[in-house]
Design a protein around this ligand. Structure first.
Ligand code: PHE
Length: 432
């Protein structure tokens, strides 16, 4: 139970509630959802199980795990993960900072007398002003570093036992409000009635990137958490649970945000600001909206914190285990480096808005680099490693030496050996 909570805590975060709806909004709605689900339950689930098997077999951080099971050359997979940790956390913390800011804003009267359009503009004004978002980004990094140093991970895990179900119930409530708004039907149709003419290489590669990001795959977070698992645990079952839970939350977030986007006349392709302009408008249309809104952003910030901790943990575990740095020192130094690396991402939403590469601002570029390149490359190598290099060992791990059944073992083998490497490489090349 503790492991499922920790792994789900890593998986469920801003990727589900902030990123998934705007990716679906940019890439054709329901068709994106269908492609996403297809990738999650084939490649996503298989790579998740691969990470679990490698982690528990090696009982080490990602760099050490690959070196131990496959020899020195394989530890490059671990390095890709450490690099991804730096890049992702830098912009993730910026968005998590917006969440903290919205806790304060909703609690102090943001919603009073504001129109949906006005709430949209107020997000624009907030990110355009350089200092305030940076302060919240810093605050969030301080929280993340404190958890990683304090070893209060257990406390967080225990708290998640209550908070995750609370987030879930609140999401259900908000979905009920959103789908009953005037004009929500068009949004629901957009999200649930697929138009397959929207499927193209860009969209499929976006869906794959989103699958890796949302499931925390390809950088060794799941591998690290699984390295603490007891032998005898049923890994395929655990992988299935974490994947199902994460996907359920993403789909609910889509059913909340997209109907509201259409009801309020926002643009579904608005990009990274979408959740932050839409959610306050939903809260403003419900009784006790201040209270629900504040509570929602608090829970979202905590969900983001449990994900951020898993990313920093990969970086810190590497420097502690392989480079002999002290835990506190490693957490503070790399927390600071990541904070600095996040500054351009934060500015790219406002003062540096016009500085774009290939039509993307800095924040989107960091996200693209990590989610469309580093995570899938890490994922391919993990699949190949399990499919070709340590296959018998990995199967023994997944079945706990044959003590429980693993019905989809043949499928796992085919996906790790052939499907994942070919599909991911094809999608990577096409997407780039
Ligand atoms: N899965 C997390 C989310 O959806 C983000 C994440 C990505 C965490 C990669 C760890 C590693 O918010």
């Amino acid at each position: 139970m503790g492991f499922v909570l920790a792994a789900a805590g890593s998986a469920v975060g801003l990727g589900n509630i902030w990123k998934f709806p705007y990716m679906a909004g940019q890439h054709g709605g329901a068709a994106f959802l269908v492609v996403y689900l297809g990738l999650v339950f084939t490649i996503g689930l298989s790579v998740m199980l691969a990470e679990f098997a490698i982690g528990r077999a090696a009982e080490r951080n990602p760099v050490g795990a690959f070196a131990r099971l496959g020899g020195r050359a394989w530890s490059v997979v671990g390095y890709v993960g450490v690099a991804a940790g730096f890049v992702i956390l830098s912009f993730y913390s910026v968005v998590a900072g917006w969440t903290l800011a919205y806790v304060v804003k909703t609690a102090t009267g943001l919603l009073h007398g504001a129109s949906p359009g006005g709430l949209g503009r107020s997000f624009g004004a907030f990110v355009a002003e350089p200092m305030e978002p940076l302060v919240y980004h810093g605050l969030f990094m301080i929280l993340t570093v404190s958890v990683v140093i304090g070893g209060v991970a257990r406390g967080i895990e225990r708290a998640s036992r209550v908070l995750m179900p609370a987030l879930f119930v609140l999401l259900l409530l908000l979905v009920a409000r959103a789908v009953t708004l005037d004009g929500a039907g068009a949004g629901l149709r957009y999200f649930l009635a697929p138009d397959f003419s929207k499927v193209d290489a860009t969209m499929v590669s976006a869906a794959l990137a989103q699958a890796f990001f949302s499931l925390s795959l390809g950088m060794g977070c799941m591998l690290t958490y699984a390295s603490y698992l007891a032998h005898g645990e049923d890994l395929p079952r655990l992988a299935m649970r974490v994947v199902a839970l994460d996907t359920l939350v993403a789909v609910l977030a889509g059913c909340l945000i997209l109907p509201a986007v259409f009801a309020f006349g926002f643009d579904p392709a608005a990009g990274p600001g979408l959740a932050f302009i839409t959610l306050p408008a939903v809260f403003s249309r419900m009784p006790a909206g201040d209270i629900f809104g504040t509570l929602f952003f608090v829970l979202l910030a905590i969900a983001a914190l449990t994900s951020a901790v898993s990313m920093l943990e990969v970086v810190v575990a590497y420097f502690v285990d392989e480079r002999g740095l002290g835990r506190t020192r490693a957490s503070v130094i790399f927390g600071l480096v990541i904070f600095l690396l996040g500054i351009p991402s934060s500015l790219s939403m406002g003062p540096w808005k016009d500085f774009t590469i290939a039509g993307k601002g800095f924040l989107e570029l960091m996200d693209y680099l990590a989610s469309n390149l580093l995570l899938p490359v890490g994922g391919v190598m993990m699949a190949v490693f399990v499919g070709w290099v340590i296959h018998p060992r990995a199967v023994a791990e997944a079945t706990s030496d044959g003590t429980h059944r693993f019905a989809w073992a043949p499928l796992w083998r085919v996906i790790c050996r052939y499907v994942a490497p070919v599909a991911i490489t094809w999608i990577l090349v096409g997407g780039l």
